[in-house]
Design a protein around this ligand. Structure first.
Ligand code: GRG
Ligand code: ZN
Length: 313
């Protein structure tokens, strides 16, 4: 088996955070909160979270909170449900959820639920099953699922299920592995996985593995490291992960490393970024690669963090 260049990836993640004028940092400026979640969760999975200054991170996160209770991608920007989940996840990783006014955050999220059970991403209203997952994951972490109509939320997700067993972003939308992760994750977190035809969906998902061992996001598309997360986590949640060739997928992910400067790319020889570095390491964690912390496929957080949220109160 190849090697995971742990120290190089740690150095790469820390350097992206520090080099505020680099290309990647500038592109990331408006979604820095997502970047913080990807980078910090990766460090935690690698056992290197102690390389960051906790107080600095927490005080920056709290500067990104808006009076509505939602969080923005960076200080001074508009709040969005996407960044709100990332902020809550990072606080959970550092065991700092107690700095939150939980009701305020939960009210922001429940205010985004629509009459048909779906969720908008922000006040401007775009609806997507991504936001259903985010709302449910975030409220579950905060022990506040009772703030929304879970039955309607589940029924909306089921209305996005397709005949091929997959799910799309809205009713009738094409099945896509990213949306499938969101819908399966949301159903897992609400105890509603019995609505899924596991063999049918498992078959669609395992067909995502191509010759190189990598996974694509839908038929005829190129493989991409991030689908190691979207597809694999879904297969695990429906107990069908043994339907893919794990060794070939491990090799594909390891082949996407930049062995000189650290980081992982979407495909071998492409440029690395923090997003794919996270999904590569998270994918390897799901594949039980040695030396990595285990990650929870539904919460997308290290298993020890999830256990602390639910078993240490
Ligand atoms: C906590 C892990 C976590 C996620 C939060 C934001 C979110 C919830 C989920 C996003 C799910 C999603 C839609 C992922 C897909 C992202 C992606 C690689 C899209 C690219 O789609 P195309 O069509 O690329 O541009 P393909 O691969 O189909 O060619
Ligand atoms: Zn990708």
């Amino acid at each position: 088996m190849g090697e995971l260049a742990v120290d190089k990836h740690v150095r790469y993640i820390i350097s992206v955070e520090k080099r505020k004028d680099s290309f990647e940092s500038v592109v990331m400026e408006h979604l820095r909160m997502n970047g913080a979640y990807w980078g910090l969760t990766t460090l935690d999975l690698l056992g290197k979270l102690n390389a960051v200054d906790v107080d600095e991170v927490i005080s920056w996160i709290m500067k990104c909170q808006h009076e509505s209770g939602g969080f923005a991608g960076n200080a001074g920007h508009d709040p969005h449900i996407l960044f709100t989940l990332s902020a809550v996840q990072v606080l959970a990783i550092f065991d700092k959820l107690d700095v939150l006014d939980v009701n305020k955050v939960a009210n922001y999220i429940s205010g985004l639920q629509n009459e048909d059970g779906s969720f908008s991403g922000d006040l401007w209203g775009e609806v997507d099953t991504r936001f259903s997952y985010i709302a449910i994951c975030c409220l579950s972490i905060l022990h506040c699922l009772d703030k929304i109509n879970v039955e309607k939320a589940v029924n909306y997700i089921l209305s996005c299920k397709n005949l091929d067993g997959g799910f799309g972003c809205t009713p009738g939308g094409e099945s896509h592995a990213g949306q499938i992760f969101c819908c399966v994750g949301a159903l897992a977190l609400t105890g509603a996985l019995h609505h899924i035809d596991k063999d049918l969906l498992g078959w669609w998902l395992c067909e995502r593995q191509v010759k190189s061992g990598g996974l694509n996001g839908r038929p005829e598309k190129l493989p991409d490291v991030c689908y190691s997360w979207w597809v694999l986590s879904s297969l695990i949640m429906i107990n069908r992960v043994h339907w893919i060739d794990k060794d070939k997928l491990v090799k594909f992910i390891l082949d996407c490393q930049d062995l000189e400067n650290g980081g992982i790319s979407d495909r071998p020889d492409d440029a690395v970024d923090v997003f794919h570095t996270f999904f590569g390491v998270a994918g390897l964690s799901l594949l039980e690669f040695p030396g990595l912390k285990a990650i929870d496929p539904a919460y997308a957080l290290p298993v020890d963090v999830v256990n602390r949220i639910f078993f240490s109160r």
